[in-house]
Design a protein around this ligand. Structure first.
Ligand code: NJP
Length: 243
């Protein structure tokens, strides 16, 4: 209650659900994404349902200038940030030899550099205050590689490496660091990740709802944990072979 929480990729999917459940628990929110219209609608929904202050910022997390400017503004309008949820991310499932170099760069720019830029924007103040929590949405793909996920999986392995190192660095400063590793979740993620729909067809029965992930994440805000692992990727991984 009363915590100031920043969520990237809050315009839909897992991020929007985390926003809903955090607002229901009395948090104030700064919601970030590229789709200003969706953020606007979510702000309206949350402010009419809950007693939360909701700020929105249209930004592309891969643009580091935009990230710096947005966080400077957030500190002005909210004050201290208690929790940062680095959730913005996307994947494109393709065989490595078919992956386009621009596609590879953009996945790293958003999933890795964007996450690090947002983290860098809050670390000095959290460290100085000796208080804070950084929650990085990684993936089971960051732990288990599958065919057709080479680039996405590499970005999430990078996120986990960064997260694990950061946790060690911050342990003396009372800044908690959590990684969240979902399997397949029912969101818009797959409209980009799986253009043909064949992956979704195969893994539909293992898919979890974003509400379920959000519940775990919001639970970790109250009682911080190192890692949240969700099931489904091992099973899902095996179906890649059939594609
Ligand atoms: O996906 P989706 P999820 N700058 O597509 C935003 C991970 N994950 O909720 O910018 C700023 O519904 C985008 O907003 P917009 C996954 O890797 C998922 O499933 O307006 N924001 C939207 O709000 C990702 O890290 C699954 O288009 C950017 C949000 O990100 C996280 O979960 C499995 C942006 C994406 O919402 C949330 O994904 C898994 C940018 N450049 C991990 N690019 C899964 N769904 O199965 C995108 O293991 N966004």
């Amino acid at each position: 209650t009363g915590k100031n929480i920043v969520i990237t990729g809050a315009s839909g999917g897992i991020g929007a659900e985390i926003a809903r459940q955090a607002a229901a628990n009395g948090a104030n929110l700064a919601l970030l994404a590229r789709s200003a219209d969706k953020l606007e609608r979510l702000k309206g929904e949350l402010e009419s349902a809950y007693n939360s202050k909701v700020f929105i910022h249209k930004l592309d997390v891969s643009d580091t200038d935009q990230v710096e400017a947005a966080f400077a503004r957030i500190y002005e309008e909210m004050g201290d940030i208690d929790i940062l949820v680095n959730n913005a991310g996307f994947g494109i499932f393709r065989l490595a030899y078919e992956a386009d170099i621009d596609e590879i760069k953009s996945m790293f720019d958003v999933n890795v550099i964007g996450l690090m830029a947002c983290t860098s924007a809050v670390l000095p103040k959290m460290r100085a205050r000796r208080s804070g929590h950084i929650i990085n949405i990684a993936s089971q793909a960051g732990k288990i590689a599958t065919p057709k996920s080479s680039v996405y999986s590499a970005t999430k392995h990078a996120v986990l490496g960064y997260t694990n190192s950061l946790r060690m660095e911050m342990s003396d400063f009372n800044v908690h660091v959590t990684s969240v590793n979902p399997g397949p979740i029912e969101t818009n993620f797959f409209t980009i990740a799986d253009e043909s729909g064949s992956y979704v067809k195969n893994v539909k029965r293992w898919m979890l709802k974003p509400e379920y992930v959000a519940k775990k994440v919001v639970g970790s805000m109250v009682k911080p944990v190192r890692e949240i692992n969700l099931p489904g990727w091992m099973n899902a991984g095996s179906v890649f072979y059939a594609l």
